[in-house]
Design a protein around this ligand. Structure first.
Ligand SMILES: *Cc1c(COP(=O)(O)O)cnc(C)c1O
Length: 439
């Protein structure tokens, strides 16, 4: 069933049809009293479920920042599902721990990050931001003699947080989950590409976390981390590079990240530009002891296995063998394949931008990575309608956005599966839909 799904996904409409959505009512039954044959259960799942999936792995899905899934990474997920390992420590899963260690080493190397950094395997950038910032919170307060694990935040020395005005919502969510409200944030204005203006950084101190970003979710632009670190004055500099940090894996795009490697902690998602299946977020920290202090869990019954315990570096206790999928993606691509994928998708974004300009669109961003934001000089409402029309055509999927006060359509070319033909077909569909919005 999965094989057939994958073999036909590239020819299917990207958006889900109304019929497929209506057919989901087939699931609105009472829970069966008697057991069902597992094959019958799966057949029902496939018959009603598969048509109701957006074809995000098809090569013509450009919404949010959604990579596809590399064959080796998908195969690894299927195999690890059969293994059903809990990568809690090396007593419960020697292979899970081993491949997390190998993948971590390869990741730090291919991303050009300090080799002593810790790598925590979490569900996504949201939890990776949480993990890194928990480490930062712990380290900053510990420096002032305040053990946040014992005493919490009531009465604690006040943390300062400096953030770019274009910080991703999930970084702010991570902050609020850590008991640091958004009211404390000292906002830094951004330029027209969404980059933090380091000249307007309030003077940081050792009590400060600075939230920087590599890869703005609309424009793809990155904050000038080198300049920020220069002015950090002992502050902890955190970089949310959920998709953008993968640009570090290519000689062509690495310069866009502007000194990213000198920060204290970083976040990147396997399930975005690396094209692993979902729930492959990575929390990377130059100060492993701080993350360990914030995340370690001890109890007498846990004294099994060696010291290498993934459970002590991430929020989750029981969890799957995510490192295996990351390892499989990196192993199957190799260094050359990874940089080639980053370059190829970035070139697709260039082609898309050039084609849009030819059709009369104004491309609002400098296309520095895989993101394109384009606008038409029309009254409000056109972008949502144009995006919906293209979605309904089945040819491609992208969404509307608002960028620097302008209504726009937005593309993220993040899938290994996207071909030249996919880009052309998308441009053709846009040319058709454009008439529908009166341009
Ligand atoms: C996608 C994204 C996130 C959130 O990542 P999840 O994996 O969905 O939790 C955070 N920051 C940026 C810049 C992103 O693009």
């Amino acid at each position: 069933m999965a094989k057939t799904y994958l073999q036909t996904i590239h020819d299917r409409a990207v958006a889900v049809s109304d019929e497929a959505i209506a057919a989901l009512s087939g699931f609105d039954t009472d829970m069966p009293t008697a057991a069902t044959d597992p094959t019958e259960t799966l057949c029902l799942l496939n018959t009603l479920g598969s048509p109701a999936t957006t074809a995000t792995t098809s090569g013509r899905f450009f919404g949010l920042v959604v990579g596809g899934t590399l064959p080796a990474a998908l195969g690894a997920r299927i195999l690890t599902s059969a293994w059903d390992q809990v990568v809690f420590n090396d007593a419960t899963s020697p292979i899970g721990v081993k491949l997390e260690q190998v993948a971590a080493k390869w990741l730090l190397d291919v991303l050009g990050l300090p080799a002593q950094s810790s790598v925590g395997f979490v569900t996504g950038a949201t939890m990776a931001n949480f993990t890194c910032l928990a480490g930062a919170r712990h380290a900053i307060l510990a420096q002032q003699g305040w053990d946040v694990l014992e005493r919490g935040l009531w009465g604690a020395p006040r943390l300062r947080v400096i953030a770019g005005a274009q910080s991703h919502v999930t970084v702010l969510k991570a902050l609020t989950m850590l008991g640091v409200g958004t009211d404390v944030i000292e906002w830094v204005p951004c330029d027209e590409q969404g980059r933090m203006d380091a000249n307007h950084l309030p003077a940081p101190d050792e009590n400060t976390i600075i939230l920087a970003q590599s890869g703005n979710v609309n424009s793809g632009a990155s904050d000038p981390v080198a300049q920020i670190v220069e002015r950090a004055n002992g502050a902890w500099v955190h970089v949310d590079g959920a998709f953008g940090l993968w640009a570090a894996a290519s000689d062509t795009t690495r310069d866009q990240l502007a000194g990213y490697e000198s920060a204290d902690s970083w976040v990147v998602d396997g399930h975005k530009w690396l094209n692993t299946p979902y729930e492959c977020g990575l929390a990377i920290c130059k100060h492993p002891t701080s993350v360990h202090a914030a995340m370690a869990t001890q109890a007498p019954y846990l004294k099994v296995g060696g010291d290498a315990a993934p459970k002590d570096m991430v929020p989750e206790f029981s969890r799957s063998a995510r490192g295996v999928e990351i390892w499989a993606a990196l192993h199957s691509l190799g260094r050359d394949g990874l940089s080639e994928m980053i370059n190829r998708t970035s070139e697709h974004a260039q082609t898309l931008a050039a084609g849009l300009r030819k059709q009369g669109f104004e491309v609002l961003n400098e296309v520095v990575l895989n993101q394109v934001v384009a606008s038409l000089p029309l009254a409000d409402g056109w972008a949502a309608k144009l995006a919906a029309d293209v979605q309904n055509s089945g040819d491609a999927w992208f969404g509307p956005t608002n960028w620097q006060g302008r209504e726009a359509i937005r593309f993220s070319v993040s899938s290994w599966a996207t071909t030249d033909g996919d880009i052309q077909r998308t441009l053709d569909a846009i040319a058709c839909a454009k008439e529908g919005v009166g341009f």
